[in-house]
Design a protein around this ligand. Structure first.
Ligand SMILES: [Zn+2]
Length: 54
């Protein structure tokens, strides 16, 4: 994942600066859901809902 911060404060700052927002609901991606975001472009909750639809 390159130079993605491994602490919550640094992540939050980067997420806002880089506009890391969920492609579904538009919220800033939380620290704990960053891997899901890089994989799928959505937050954890939306990824969960998308999985249910399939
Ligand atoms: Zn979302």
């Amino acid at each position: 994942m390159g130079d993605v911060p491994d602490n919550e404060k640094a992540w939050d700052k980067l997420a806002r600066a880089e506009n890391y927002k969920c492609g579904q609901c538009g919220q800033i991606i939380p620290f704990g859901e960053r891997q899901i975001y890089f994989d799928r472009g959505v937050c954890g909750l939306c990824a969960h809902h998308l999985d249910k639809k399939d």
